[in-house]
Design a protein around this ligand. Structure first.
Ligand SMILES: NC(=O)c1ccc[n+]([C@@H]2O[C@H](COP(=O)([O-])OP(=O)(O)OC[C@H]3O[C@@H](n4cnc5c(N)ncnc54)[C@H](OP(=O)(O)O)[C@@H]3O)[C@@H](O)[C@H]2O)c1
Length: 269
């Protein structure tokens, strides 16, 4: 029996499915025989994904920053399939910027998607999952949600917020039959990182990245094993916890790493 067999005929909604991690995850569930719904703003990319999937995929153009839009998306999945088993709460944006320069509007834009968008998806999913007392919400956060890193202070703040929301919600839902898992990826090779790294679609030389499928497998493992938190790559949690014990040393190591990236990374045109 395949690892993915348990997902056959389950109902899975993936947000942020038009690109990167969400796209790879939606395709994996579709190939596993799940009933997949995909949400994001760029409808044409969702339709391309649906065409690539081996089975019918429900395309739901959605802006997660709009509460009514998220409610409509959840209702559409529920109406079509009669239930929702899994929500992969993945839509996110990254706008890099040093904290002494970051525009409030950039932080606001990230908070709207990464914090409020993920909150709206959780709340609307619970509206449907609650009465059944069954379901899994998988929140894609980031290792940047456990340790601040430059020039991503604003982004880190949004991901710390999602981690806090998720941990509190887990306790609220204790014994309810609904589980909420956190996925904490490191650097993954997606358009987000390519745009954020250089603004030119290129990765900085020396930047170690993972393919989006690693995160897909973490999502699947979290659901299959009921894991509350999965770091990508595995073991990053240990490094994170050791680093938290030595904040000064960690700051110095990261400052040194940032300097090295300036030396070897892409130069401004
Ligand atoms: N790549 C990494 O290194 C990395 C590391 C850790 C965590 N993550 C997290 O992983 C998740 C996926 O990121 P990715 O790397 O796959 O980035 P990506 O390729 O840029 O994809 C981001 C997805 O989010 C969607 N999205 C953005 N704003 C939205 C909105 N207002 N409403 C609905 N959908 C919206 C985008 O779709 P539309 O533009 O079509 O709406 C797109 O499908 C994010 O939460 C990100 O923070 C990424």
């Amino acid at each position: 029996m395949s690892w993915l067999e348990p997902f056959r005929d389950s109902v899975v909604l993936v947000t942020g499915a038009s690109s990167g991690i969400g796209r790879a995850t939606a395709l994996a569930f579709a190939h596993a025989g799940a009933n997949v719904a995909v949400a994001a703003r760029r409808k044409e990319l969702l339709e391309e994904l649906a065409a690539e999937a081996a089975r019918d995929v429900l395309v739901l153009p959605t802006d997660v920053t709009r509460r009514d839009g998220v409610a409509g998306c959840i209702d559409a999945v529920h109406e079509r399939f009669g239930r929702i088993d899994v929500v992969v709460n993945n839509a996110g944006v990254l706008i890099p910027g040093r904290l002494d320069q970051i525009a409030a509007s950039d932080l606001d834009a990230m908070l709207r998607v990464n914090l409020f968008g993920q909150l709206f998806v959780m709340q609307e999913a619970l509206r449907v999952m609650g009465p059944r007392g069954d379901g899994v919400i998988v929140n894609v956060a980031s290792l940047a949600g456990r340790r601040g890193v430059p020039p991503l202070g604003g982004y880190c703040a949004t991901k710390f917020a999602v981690v806090g929301l998720t941990e509190a919600l887990r306790v609220e839902l204790h014994g309810s039959g609904i589980t909420v898992s956190l996925i904490m990826p490191g650097v993954v090779d997606t358009p987000m990182i390519r745009k954020g790294a250089s603004g030119q679609g290129e990765l900085a030389p020396g930047l170690l990245t993972m393919p989006p499928q690693w995160v897909t497998w973490a999502v699947i493992a979290a659901i299959a094993m009921g894991s509350l938190e999965v770091d990508v790559p595995p073991g990053a949690a240990i490094a994170e916890k050791v680093a938290a014990l030595f904040p000064g040393l960690t700051d110095a190591a990261m400052a040194w790493g940032t300097e090295m990236l300036k030396w070897f990374g892409p130069k401004p045109a």
